[in-house]
Design a protein. Structure first.
Length: 189
């Protein structure tokens, strides 16, 4: 399922450049752009985008954009913007970045297709098994051997675990496993 992307930017030149980069991508469906923030609230309700790529100079506080519909809000930067302002955003796209970097930044910021489809945040049995092995200090290869799967499958499960839990570090995942009674402290190395 393509991620619906709304560009909010006053410069037609920048909009057209971004559209030329993103239109051919199978990951994104670029919606009709918005030139300003005046009618943005109505557009968000009407179009329900998955990603809003917005010039941060158009809006001071983005918290009002985050309504009932889950979406990623990404800053589109081509001039100086305070670091504190950029911390509000899920990601930052600098228009001077390469095509590949822009696409990858948007892809990483976007809500996962599985999440947007059914909001399933629970770990599967196999993901739980990978998490337990990981929390016990095993490498991807050791986990693959223990569970009789390929290393690529383990890596895929780890990505799903990170996406579902929002935790990126092994230490954080270990604490998560302990708090959810998947392991006890005696089973740790």
């Amino acid at each position: 399922m393509k991620q619906r992307l709304l560009i909010v930017e006053p410069s037609e030149l920048i909009i057209e450049g971004l559209k030329s980069i993103l239109d051919g991508q199978i990951r994104f469906k670029v919606l009709e752009p918005e030139m300003g923030a005046d009618q943005l609230d109505e557009r968000l309700v009407a179009t329900r985008p998955d990603i809003v790529l917005i010039n941060p100079t158009l809006i001071g506080n983005i918290s009002r954009l985050r309504g009932e519909h889950p979406m990623a809000v990404v800053a589109l930067v081509y001039q100086y913007v305070e670091r504190e302002v950029l911390k509000q955003y899920d990601a930052v796209v600098d228009i001077r970045a390469s095509r590949a970097v822009i696409i990858e930044t948007l892809a990483q910021a976007s809500p996962g297709e599985v999440e947007s489809a059914n909001n399933n945040y629970e770990l599967t049995k196999r993901e739980t098994a990978v998490l337990v092995e990981l929390a016990q200090g095993k490498t991807n290869k050791e986990i693959a051997d223990a569970l009789n799967v390929s290393v690529h499958t383990v890596i895929s499960h780890r990505k799903n675990i990170t996406r579902k839990t929002g935790i990126k570090s092994v230490a954080g995942l270990t604490v998560y496993a302990m708090l959810n009674n998947l392991i006890d402290e005696n089973s740790l190395i």
